[in-house]
Design a protein around this ligand. Structure first.
Ligand SMILES: [Fe+2]
Ligand SMILES: [Fe+2]
Length: 195
């Protein structure tokens, strides 16, 4: 399994991620992946899916700056970054050879990671989706700062490599032994698993 494992490093160094992650903020992407790792450990959810969704959750962002200021009025009304992000992350993951179930779970967690979109109205989040929502919210910086304060790519890469090591260790100790044993459905409710 692990020889075919798609790492966070593989994702963050791809040209699609390099182009789009800075729109939402590279610092914010990395810190959300780190938060997702901590929460996944606490909540006994899949660290692999959680960190991938955390890293890529804002890959659908575009710039909402107007004359140097974040234009919240336009953002609140027109934003569809959760939809674009879900599709973009899914395409990137599949391109890298990700397990289809995991790619789907990551994409859906990104789709529902923010209540900024009407698409999240009346949706009951799975535990994994709630985790990504919470990991995003744990960033102590809010709004404009969250998306504008940056770290350089070398620091992002170093922190992502550290996470890759931790995820690797967790996967080796995973009770499912192979990801196909849980079919990438970690974090879903029992009712959904029966469907
Ligand atoms: Fe977001
Ligand atoms: Fe975010």
């Amino acid at each position: 399994m692990l020889t075919e494992h798609v790492t966070l490093e593989t994702l963050i160094t791809d040209s699609v991620a390099k182009k789009h992650l800075p729109q939402g903020g590279l610092r914010h992407a990395v810190i959300t992946a780190e938060n997702a790792f901590e929460l996944a450990n606490e909540r006994q959810l899949c660290v692999d899916i959680a960190t991938k969704a955390g890293l890529l959750h804002d890959i659908g962002h575009t710039t909402w700056e107007h004359q140097g200021e974040w234009d919240y009025e336009s953002y609140n009304y027109y934003d569809i970054h959760t939809i674009k992000g879900a599709e973009r992350a899914h395409e990137l993951l599949i391109f890298k050879g990700e397990d289809l179930s995991k790619a789907r779970t990551v994409a859906l967690a990104i789709l529902f990671h923010s209540d900024s979109s009407p698409i999240s109205e009346n949706v009951e989040l799975t535990p994994l989706q709630q985790l990504v929502f919470d990991a995003d919210d744990m960033d102590e910086l809010k709004d404009k700062e969250r998306h504008n304060l940056e770290i350089d790519f070398a620091e992002a890469l170093e922190r992502v490599r550290r996470l890759d090591m931790l995820v690797y260790q967790s996967l080796q100790n995973c009770s499912a032994l192979q990801c196909k044993d849980c079919n990438g459905r970690v974090g879903e409710t029992d009712a959904e698993k029966r469907d």
